[in-house]
Design a protein around this ligand. Structure first.
Ligand code: AMP
Length: 611
């Protein structure tokens, strides 16, 4: 596995709120990789069982009803957020697992009494996707392109970068999800087009206007969205409707029962999805109350598509208003795009595509897969970065304005929303007092003219300024946003040309030490998992060989006349199988390898006689 000649692999990972997906480019063609269960998407769910075992994906989803308090889902809605925020309070009110505040004011989830930071949960999911790819390639993978919603803030991006570090993955680039979808759409298409990507996933909404050209350039003209609007909100509307109906009918509330709420959540999501193809559906939950005042209670309601549309109309309307903003930024009328591409599972709802068609004046394109295109675009970008393919040239923009707080609660934007990234914008700061040796700068992100209404991104001080009269020290601070959409600042004294030290006093993320510690822990886990995968692979090969040999023995056993050579081969095969079979379940890697050698040898010998 450490052969320096081997080709490096880069995978594209769509780290979704509900599901994650991994893809790779092989021989110039992108492939979406299925997990062991055969699914091309893996639920972004992490659980810890009673025995302390970690479960991820389908297997974690399956046990969520019986283990609701220790199963974390939709954690992408919490990533990079302040614990003390409206979004976190909303999430807290709706999820059964415990959410608490971390040392830096960040969010932690508590599973089986252990606190996990959200980047750590994301890292566990990234690692799982990496294992899916490693399984498929039968090789190690250490590089990835990871996608995030275009509307993700700096701290959310930073948290995803941290997740990559914890997972031990070299994240070559963080790409915006709608941009990745545009790449998947336009790759090798050979056309010049302006497209709108409407991306409504499980937890977030983005819309991007992208100019795709035949030379492989993907230029994002405008992007905007809402990082707290997605399929989860649709589910909650259905849940609320069911809860109210049940309360009205039985005067019993289900809200305090995590198990009932978890069953209800799954039923609500299922009903919502069914109503994308059916006009009505039944929601049936037997024994939703096991011990009511009058005995057990069942839930049985019918919901129509029309009712669902009524319950969620305003959510769809909000996405359309956001589309209008994006078009305005791009200086286009609503009919000014050539094609509309739908991304994200929630766009399967007919009312969503109807509203989009009406707004953009055309039916959405059906040429890409809404669940897989983001991972595919990420994989293409990764392959282009390793020069495995040509003709992909990405020009993206930042979705938020970034600036500083000045006197009187005024926000002074330095980099405006929809500015091309990477970018570097210098800005001049001067001292206001004689002998002032420090200058504090508060960096904010947002679109409000009032500083206090925007998100505080970072606070830093220019330290060790030279002693001089007020106004005579001029420091140039360069505000930089890199290709991943992540902010950094550097400063220099204009007169002396010397770099000024920047002391970051608050950024709300994990410390370097915490990151290192988590990264070590997860490296250990990965090695363990890799070992298990290898063991399982060897065991499966041995089982297959034993089954082949047993069939061969059956065929030979049925023969009346056998040559001495055939008899010898038969005896050998029987002996090897009898020895290996009872030991398979407990054999070590070395023992399995030994059995395999013997089994293969027996198969080679018996093969000519047992055809
Ligand atoms: P994504 O983040 O792209 O995986 O989107 C997942 C969201 O899409 C979840 O909220 C799902 O409930 C929703 N979804 C998936 N399939 C459907 C469907 N057939 N109809 C409506 N929503 C769906």
């Amino acid at each position: 596995m450490d052969n320096p000649e081997r080709m490096s692999h880069v995978i594209g990972i769509d780290l979704g709120t509900t599901n994650s997906c991994v893809a790779i480019v092989e021989g110039g063609t992108p492939t979406v990789i299925a997990n062991k269960q055969g699914y091309k998407t893996t639920p972004s769910i992490v659980a810890i069982t009673e025995t302390g075992e970690r479960l991820v994906g389908q297997i974690a989803a399956r046990q969520s009803i019986t283990n609701p308090l220790d199963t974390a889902y939709a954690t992408k809605r919490l990533i990079g957020r302040d614990f003390d925020s409206e979004e976190v309070r909303t999430a807290q009110a709706h999820v059964p697992y415990r959410i608490t505040g971390g040392r830096a004011g960040d969010v932690r989830v508590v599973l089986r009494g252990k606190e996990f930071s959200i980047p750590e949960i994301a890292a566990i999911i990234l690692q799982e996707m990496r294992i899916v790819a490693e399984d498929y390639l039968n090789d190690t993978v250490d590089q990835a392109v990871v996608t995030v919603p275009a509307y993700f803030s700096d701290s959310q991006r930073q948290a995803v970068r941290d997740a990559g570090l914890i997972a031990g993955l070299d994240v070559l680039r963080i790409v915006n999800e709608p941009t990745a979808a545009a790449i998947a759409y336009g790759f090798h298409r050979g056309e010049d087009k302006t497209i709108a990507v409407y991306d409504l996933g499980g937890g977030t909404f983005d819309v991007s206007i992208v100019r795709v050209t035949r030379d492989g350039t993907f230029r994002v003209v405008a992007t905007t969205g809402d990082s707290f609007l997605g399929g989860e909100d649709f589910d909650e509307r259905v849940m609320e409707w069911l809860l109210e109906a049940f309360e009205a009918e039985h005067q019993v509330s289900l809200r305090d029962s995590p198990v009932a709420m978890q069953r209800l959540r799954q039923a609500a999501q299922k009903a919502k999805c069914e109503l994308s193809t059916e006009l009505q559906t039944e929601i049936q939950l037997p024994f939703i109350v096991t011990e009511g005042p009058t005995g057990p209670l069942n839930m049985h309601y019918r919901m129509t598509r029309e009712q669902l549309e009524g319950l969620t109309e305003d959510l769809i309307e909000r996405t359309i208003e956001i589309c209008e903003h994006a078009l305005k930024h791009a200086n286009l009328g609503s009919h000014g795009v050539d094609e509309v591409v739908l991304v994200g599972g929630q766009t399967r709802m007919p009312a969503v595509s109807r509203a989009v068609s009406k707004h953009f004046g055309k039916a959405p394109s059906k040429s890409i897969h809404p669940d897989e295109c983001v991972a595919v675009g990420a994989a293409i970008q990764g392959a282009a970065m390793l020069r495995q393919i040509e003709d992909v040239n990405l020009e993206d923009v930042t979705a938020h304005s970034l600036g500083i707080a000045t006197a009187g609660d005024v926000f002074d934007p330095i980099i405006r929303a929809n500015t091309r990234v990477p970018c570097r914008v210098p800005s001049l700061f001067t001292t206001s007092r004689d002998g002032q040796d420090r200058l504090k700068i508060v960096v904010l992100e947002g679109e409000s003219k009032r500083a206090s209404e925007n998100q505080r991104l970072q606070e830093f001080a220019l330290a060790g300024l030279r002693s001089a009269p007020a106004g005579s020290v001029e420091v140039e601070v360069a505000f930089t946003i890199d290709e991943d959409g992540i902010f950094s600042a550097s400063a220099k004294d204009l007169e002396t040309g010397q770099e000024t030290r920047i002391e970051i006093t608050a950024d709300g993320g994990l410390s370097a030490q915490e990151l290192q510690q988590l990264s070590d822990e997860h490296a250990e886990y990965l090695e363990l998992r890799r070992g298990e995968e290898l063991l399982e692979g060897l065991r499966q090969s041995a089982e297959t060989l034993i089954a082949d040999l047993e069939r061969a023995l059956d065929r030979l056993g049925a023969l009346v006349k056998k040559s001495p050579e055939a008899q010898e081969a038969e005896e050998l095969a029987r002996e090897v199988v009898t020895r290996a079979k009872p030991q398979l379940a407990k054999a070590s890697r070395g023992e399995l390898a030994e059995h395999l050698v013997l089994l293969e040898d027996a198969a080679r010998q018996i093969d000519p006689f047992a055809r």
